[in-house]
Design a protein around this ligand. Sequence first.
Ligand SMILES: [Zn+2]
Length: 322
Amino acid sequence: MLDDFSLEQNIAYKTLINSIKNDKLSHAYLIETNGYSKALDFAIAFSKYLLCPNNYSNNKKCDKCMQCTSIDKNEFIELKIIDPDGQWIKKSQLEELQEEFSKKSIVGNKKVYIINKAEKLNASSANSLLKFLEEPEEGIIAILITENLYQVLSTIVSRCQVISLKNKLNLTNLSTNEKIAHYISNNVDDIDQYIKNEENFEKLKKVLEFIKYYEENHTNTIIYINKLWHDYFKEKDDIYNAFTVILLFYKDILNIKLNKNIEIFNDYIEILQNIEEKNTIDTITAKINVIMNLRETIKFNVNPNMLMDKFIIELERCEEHD
Ligand SMILES: [Zn+2]
């Protein structure tokens, strides 16, 4: 039920409710999760609100209509949820959707499709979706969900109304290292372990030294990469976590650039500001993309030397566009 989210996601909730009440429904929404774990539930609750003839948003309004009942059973054919098939969302999944949705509506006057993990659209499936979004059909509503807005093709983003969810975690009063522990660990015990292990704090400092060095010296960083990186980050997990820290760091640089609050690196404002001054918004978002993409490859067997050389070269390419 959409009303379940009225407190936790009050802004997103109000935006969507008002868009229906004022008859200003968008034909495509892009939900940015910001780490909120119930984003898919939120999207389904909104779909239900759209599809139920009684605009069901709480227990009082719906007498268990056919739509609500079948959505609960995951059987409603006019609500389709697409998840990545393996590593990517495939073109064939989009084609199947278009085929099914081209048939006349049997039940109501609306059809909804949800694309979960929209950052997993590859070039060809993104293209397919784009065509679908460019020629919106009456009554078809798209809801895309993504963990990372900067990884979704900008041409797709520009065709959607972006709904930003709030992360439930309130980390405001924690140190940078403690905040990072929340992003890297999977559960409460892991968070404690992470914070107690002083090595992690040392690693955080090494990551920041690396970023600082790169931003000052660019491709010359490759010459000193052993001392800057390989001496400290050897295991796959360490490298992956270090990339997560780099990602969070550049997101905070972007936050400053956009006059938003710093989320994680409050203890390192000086370094943030220094780098922020040297980069444009485009450069920062391009760098965030590079970091996200390379971080994905670390899960596979990637050679650490090649990874870092590639990383620096690709970061450098982001600068060339200025
Ligand atoms: Zn209903």
